[in-house]
Design a binder for this molecule. Structure first.
Ligand code: URA
Length: 424
């Protein structure tokens, strides 16, 4: 077999055979197919698509490129959640210990932020001492101690995806539903979870800007998980405005701890509880997550999880050196607070990174004092910007210029939970 034959087949809108897919993924991982050849194939896939069988074969080939983790030594079922990413999406932080407190194990491999969306590992790393890199044995120890572990994927997990995702990032081939779905699901299936809940975000702050494209991605991923023997469901949820009131690493940890203490913004609480219910149902565990938030057992699991990974749950979190308040321009109803604009502002304040190797500022970000639909008065604080370098304020304010509006009546925004997608 050779790469040109495979590229030509997809370029000419043909289906790739299982043998072609197995060969090309394996040869690319070993370095026998060159980056420029894989780029051409990725572009042909982006333009001409893949059918369900091809996507399943592609996903399985990427799983086989590395190790598949196995949690069968544990005495309770495993459940995980994956979000396609959004602004202020800190849900993993309260959710993982909450589900653990309810009786399922949560083995979660997470990522770092790139661009305007934050990464779970960056958020947790704002806790002094907390460690993202664990060996498989350490992961198992943390799971046994705390019921939940959130850490970085090791280099042995779906190495084909690692290489291909970096290539897609620089060749304009990220935005392909077959490639996104197989990339996410190869890692989640290789992670070895027994059940999986997908939170597919919709709106300006998300990968998928419309409900119909988000639904297509959700259906594709649910089918992949189900075919691989992982009980998988998806929720489509709103990302036209930020989630909660805190955007930025340490700010989001603080808000997550409020949720675990029984408070926190209503949208974060609602989504956390709903996702926990879905995870527990998929794992076959009967428990009430709202009660575990109220009675402190989720907070106890959080403290165990942070401590088991070297973190100090009582340590003061980093704070940015400088802050600036943006005021409401006129009285009325806050009709719009755009997720992408707020995410971009937080990124420019230092909360995110432009290149993988850049550091993040843990204290940087945005605190929101009003959300769409709220009555506001001219001059009251709308949001506070936090950064370590005052020179960053101007570009953040630029990002926010068309990002909010005050009017007479609230514009329509998406319901927090738009829909639920299950296997047919
Ligand atoms: N996240 C992933 O892991 N892969 C993609 O292709 C897109 C988002």
């Amino acid at each position: 077999m050779d790469a040109i034959e495979v590229i030509r087949a997809k370029r000419d809108r043909g289906g790739l055979t299982t043998a072609q897919i197995d060969w090309v993924i394996d040869a690319y991982t070993r370095g026998d197919v060159a980056d420029e050849q894989m780029s051409a194939l990725a572009m042909a896939i982006l333009l001409n698509g893949m059918d369900r069988r091809e996507i399943a074969d592609w996903t399985q080939a990427m799983i086989r490129s590395g190790e598949r983790m196995d949690w069968s030594v544990l005495d309770r079922p495993t459940a995980d959640k994956h979000s396609t990413g959004g602004v202020g999406d800190k849900i993993t932080l309260p959710l993982a210990p909450l589900v653990a407190a309810c009786g399922a194990y949560v083995p979660q491999l997470s990522g770092r932020g790139l661009g305007h969306t934050g990464g779970t590992l960056d958020k947790l790393e704002s806790i002094p001492g907390w460690r993202a890199s664990l060996s498989n044995d350490e992961m198992l120890d943390v799971l046994r101690t705390a019921g939940a572990v959130v850490c970085a994927a090791g280099s042995g997990l779906a190495p084909a995806d690692k290489k291909l995702y970096a290539l897609r990032d620089v060749t304009g081939t990220v935005e392909s539903i077959p490639l996104i779905a197989s990339s996410i699901m190869s890692k989640k299936i290789a992670e070895g979870t027994g059940s999986l809940v997908l939170d597919v975000k919709v709106g300006s702050g998300a990968f998928m800007k419309t409900t119909s494209t988000a639904r297509e991605l959700a259906e594709t991923m649910v089918a992949l998980g189900t075919d691989a023997g992982v009980r998988t469901v998806a929720l489509l949820t709103a990302m036209d405005r930020p989630l909660g009131r805190a955007v930025g690493n340490a700010l989001e940890v603080e808000e997550s701890v409020e949720v675990l203490a029984g408070g926190g913004p209503s949208d974060v609480v609602e989504l956390t509880v709903r996702l926990a219910q879905e995870m527990l149902e998929a794992a076959g565990v009967s428990a009430d997550p709202a009660k575990a938030l109220r009675d402190g057992s989720a907070m106890d699991a959080w403290r165990r999880m942070i401590t088991a990974q070297g973190g100090d749950p009582d340590a003061l979190l980093p704070r940015a050196a400088e802050s600036l308040t943006v005021e409401v321009p006129s009285s009325g109803v806050l009709t719009r607070l755009d997720a992408y604009a707020v995410g971009l502002a937080a990124w420019r304040l230092g909360a995110g990174r432009a290149r993988k190797e850049d550091p993040v500022s843990f204290g940087a970000g945005v605190t929101l004092h009003a959300k769409p639909g709220d009555l506001v008065r001219a001059g009251q604080p709308l949001m506070t910007l936090h950064t370590d370098e005052t020179s960053r304020f101007d570009r953040a304010l630029e990002a926010l210029e068309d990002g909010y509006a005050v009017g007479e009546a609230s514009e329509d925004h998406l319901p927090l939970i738009i829909d639920r997608v299950t296997a047919e």
